[in-house]
Design a protein around this ligand. Structure first.
Ligand code: HXC
Length: 513
């Protein structure tokens, strides 16, 4: 081959790999951030990355906008622990990772590849949003990405990491993906930045407060995970992938477990306090049931009154949903309903069975919840359970009152197997609330209302707040010894491996968003 031709290629390759140049790379490092290429090297198995569109440049007619090979986003495919993935990584050193027409086309092309191959899509965002100089063509680029995010939803898993600013259009695409990880003190997501907020609303707010990792992990729920640094972020991506399938028609990976499926655990007898009003940590229960106590929690800092996450039972991935009595006594509220409903829909889309552990006193009452739409949001949980056709196992371990009893994977919502511990209390209301209503007159007339109330509550609990009335009616399939929870759930899951549950054909349901 003519030497000059090869020289040209290598010159272009070098130039593309330099991104925005030495100075910008140093600026990136000085902010404690890795470059786009360093990020790819950190995530993918060595030597597996195949880059696409390395020599694409912008075609804006603005003479002041310098052309860089790659146009501010690196796209390609590679492997993560031997699993094929498609990846795009914004390069902040090139025009602030802003997205113009050609960068948009690169990402869209990659998404099309991921869809055709049926492999997960990973996006790493570090971007100033729509490239201002390219005007409507930047918006055009985002629009195409949003469309593809939607088409891919429920077909291939989509994971996004925010490792830098994600401004304007750069936030909506992540929000449409399945999991968002933000790196602490580096990742920031906002539709409009602090300067605009100050200008328009005269409010002073810092970048971190407005859209930092903690804000989105605790308040908005946009971030499913917070990572301490970029290394931990990549580990989280790898861990998510380990529980989920390549696409919606493949099974999730099964790993050989060292944990005996028939293992019983007497500790389960001691976790629930005798007094049903005392707190305990539901994660202790989860830990004792799942393989090797390994529970990968999602949305750990958001709506802590419900716990969701992945675990394995006899080597198979399951999605766990459990009320957390440590927060709001495990009551369901707006955020917890949203959090659990979204997780259930993910698991259902990707054939991951659902295991629900119930201990909840009901939906949270109050004007704040009502005015903010507990009816609208709370019913999403019902909708999500009803829609889900994956195997669904529910175990009521404590309180299961009223609407929350129904919502937390009851038989009516088509759970397949419903277990209960002897400690389960299934009723329309908790004993105290129930007797205040049905014995209002007696209590009013009594000289010693407090002790009468206590006795009535005890009688009520004895009579109604137990699992046996439901078991008599077949609404609970089996009341089990808590020690045997793990073998019982595994046996049920084994029996349901080949479950099929056809549903009426429709364009799509209309979940009450
Ligand atoms: C073009 C941009 C850019 C943008 C940053 N740059 N954002 N260029 N379009 N949107 C350029 C800067 O001019 C600068 O170029 C380089 O990237 C680095 O930016 P700095 O500001 O120096 O970096 P930093 O101080 O770290 O601040 C990063 C930032 C800030 C917070 C992202 O740049 C910023 O606020 N950018 C604008 C964010 C924004 O409002 N985007 C548009 C949103 S509207 P030089 O050459 O000096 O190095 C939108 C609409 C889509 O996205 C809606 C779809 C639904």
């Amino acid at each position: 081959m003519h030497e000059d031709k090869l020289k040209r290629l290598y010159h272009m390759k070098k130039s593309a790999e330099e991104g925005g140049g030495q100075e910008k790379v140093e600026a990136q490092h000085s902010k404690g951030k890795l470059t786009a290429r360093e990020r790819i090297a950190l995530l993918l198995d060595e030597g597996t990355f195949l880059e696409l569109d390395k020599y694409v440049v912008h075609r804006s007619d603005d003479p002041a906008t310098k052309k860089y090979y790659g146009d501010g986003v690196i796209t390609g495919f590679g492997e993560v622990n031997g699993r094929q993935v498609f990846i795009y990584v914004y390069d902040f050193t090139v025009l602030g990772g802003s997205l113009g027409e050609m960068a948009g086309k690169k990402i869209s092309k990659l998404m099309d590849h991921a869809m055709k191959s049926g492999a997960p899509l990973i996006g790493i965002i570090d971007s100033g949003g729509a490239r201002i100089q390219e005007g409507v063509m930047s918006l055009d680029g985002y629009g195409d990405i949003f469309f593809r995010n939607t088409m891919a939803s429920g077909v291939i898993p989509q994971i996004t990491a925010s490792i830098g600013p994600c401004a304007g259009g750069a936030v909506y695409s992540p929000a449409m993906t399945d999991f968002v990880i933000m790196v602490e003190n580096i990742g920031q997501m906002f539709v409009t930045g602090p300067e605009v907020v100050k200008e328009v609303l005269s409010q002073e707010v810092s970048f971190e407060e407005l859209g930092g990792a903690r804000t989105h992990a605790t308040k908005s729920g946009v971030a499913h995970f917070v990572a301490k640094n970029e290394y931990e972020c990549m580990d989280k991506i790898k861990k998510i992938l380990s529980y989920i399938p390549q696409n919606n028609s493949e099974p999730a990976p099964v790993i050989e477990t060292t944990d005996e499926p028939n293992r019983i655990d007497s500790n389960l007898l001691n976790i629930l306090p005798e007094n049903p009003y005392e707190q305990y940590d539901i994660k202790q229960v989860i830990g004792s049931i799942v393989d090797n106590g390994d529970f990968f929690e999602i949305h750990e800092l958001f709506a802590e009154n419900i716990v969701v996450g992945f675990a394995r039972l006899n080597g198979r991935s399951v999605g766990i949903i459990a009320n957390q009595p440590m927060y709001l006594a495990g009551a369901l509220d707006i955020n917890s309903s949203n959090k659990a409903a979204r997780f259930i829909r993910f698991c259902d889309a990707y054939n991951i069975p659902l295991v629900t552990l119930v201990d909840t006193p009901g939906y949270l009452p109050g004007a704040d919840q009502e005015h903010n739409g507990i009816i609208r949001h709370g019913s999403k949980l019902l909708f999500a359970y009803c829609e889900a056709t994956v195997p669904k196992i529910t175990c009521i371990i404590g309180k299961a009152y009223g609407g929350a009893y129904i919502a937390m994977g009851s038989k009516n919502l088509r759970a397949d197997i419903n277990f209960a511990w002897p400690t389960a209390e299934i009723a329309v209301l908790g004993p105290e609330a129930a007797i205040t209503i049905i014995h209002r007159r007696d209590l009013k007339q009594s000289a010693d209302a407090a002790s009468v109330k206590k006795k009535l509550a005890r009688d009520f609990r004895e009579k109604f707040a137990n699992p046996y009335i439901a078991a008599e009616k077949g609404i609970i399939d089996m009341v089990i010894d808590p020690m045997e929870t793990r073998p019982m759930i595994i046996a049920a899951l084994n029996a349901l491996t080949t479950k099929r549950e056809p549903r009426p054909s429709k364009k799509h349901g209309n979940i009450n968003l």
